[in-house]
Write a protein that binds this ligand. Sequence first.
Ligand SMILES: Cc1cc2nc3c(=O)[nH]c(=O)nc-3n(C[C@H](O)[C@H](O)[C@H](O)COP(=O)(O)OP(=O)(O)OC[C@H]3O[C@@H](n4cnc5c(N)ncnc54)[C@H](O)[C@@H]3O)c2cc1C
Length: 385
Amino acid sequence: MDLEFTEEQKRVREGAIAFARADLQPDVLRQEPSHAFPFGLWRKCAAFGVQGLPMPKEYGGRGMDALSTVIAMEALGYGCADQGLLFSIHAQLWSVQTPICKFGTPAQKEKYLPKLCDGTWIGAHCMSEPASGSDSFHLSTSAVRKDDRYILNGSKEFVTNGPVADLLLVFATVDPTKGIWGLIAFLVETTTRGVVRGAKDDKLGLNTAQMGSVTFEDCEIPTECVLGREGQGSAIFNHSMAWERSCILASTVGAMQRQLEQSTQYAKERRQFGKPIGSFQLVASRLVDMKVRLETARLLLYQTASGLAKGDLSTMTAAIAKLYISECAVQSSLDAIQIHGARGVSKAFGIEGDLRDAMAGRIYSGTSEIQRLIIARGMGLPADC
Ligand SMILES: Cc1cc2nc3c(=O)[nH]c(=O)nc-3n(C[C@H](O)[C@H](O)[C@H](O)COP(=O)(O)OP(=O)(O)OC[C@H]3O[C@@H](n4cnc5c(N)ncnc54)[C@H](O)[C@@H]3O)c2cc1C
């Protein structure tokens, strides 16, 4: 595998870092205390082409392959301290735009992709329900066919972008007795009668990303809003998750690079017992472990994205990347706090925020336990669920 960046990829990386530092960083930090959704920054990102990175040019995208896209998203994560905005973009990119690209009709692509790429609209993916989390296909949200429409009823929770979304990709069942073969996906505009967006949840980290519930009360959804076809819901979800798990932690890898640079610098400057703390082997060893995690996480990210760029969409590879990078980010964030001592814990220094952002990585897109189950199954081990 050749991981030498092309000249274009180097330009993409440098351009994204410069953009994030100049246009995202100061505004995000101002936005941070209110945790409001940064609509202005969303549009700035769209104008820079972020929401269109891997989307076809004919729909307003930049037509990049998966590897170049994760290089850009990593660079944004390195340049921009708050990961919430980037997480919101990832959620739309991988679990709304990518499935529309793959399963949408020409009319659906024409109608929605340009608006999602240019930042006019915000998309959200509605799968999780009060009784269906890890057991994601055990849905209660029902879709009952009535002539040329479906009547949608049910409740979704923990939907990223839910409180601010214009377009929802909603999963439901036409018949629970059919199991995964009864699953169906719809593209639902939030102006549809009966769609109720809940208030944003207050959560640990990823602060500017808005998360909330969405309920559907007798929503009439025309058949042309079905994504794919009846019975294809699980395939659409699995396809989205393979992309999402492969790519969603790209910005986290960028954040790990920034965190390591900060921590190394601090260990060189902070003196105790008459010496820089970095001269103590116990501290240096923590920094070395952070470095090893960063390099291996990045290699796995690039390897997975490079496979995607060649058309290799592997559920197991995606699960390995998701599991490994998210766990590395949590451990390195703990190490960064430890190296900074009380300054690591104090909110005034901005070190602890990386841990708050990293924690959710072990939960969203399937928990670490679920990734382990997928990997075990891929290894041919008997799965217990
Ligand atoms: C920041 C964030 C953003 C999210 N965004 C979205 C979104 O946009 N759209 C959406 O639909 N959902 C979203 N989610 C929800 C997410 O997909 C679920 O939280 C996740 O799938 C886990 O479900 P749960 O929280 O109900 O946990 P549960 O499934 O109830 O699991 C609880 C615990 O039990 C463990 N567990 C469950 N089953 C097993 C098993 N078989 N073996 C071993 N351990 C098991 C889990 O690993 C976990 O530790 C988001 C979540 C977060 C944190």
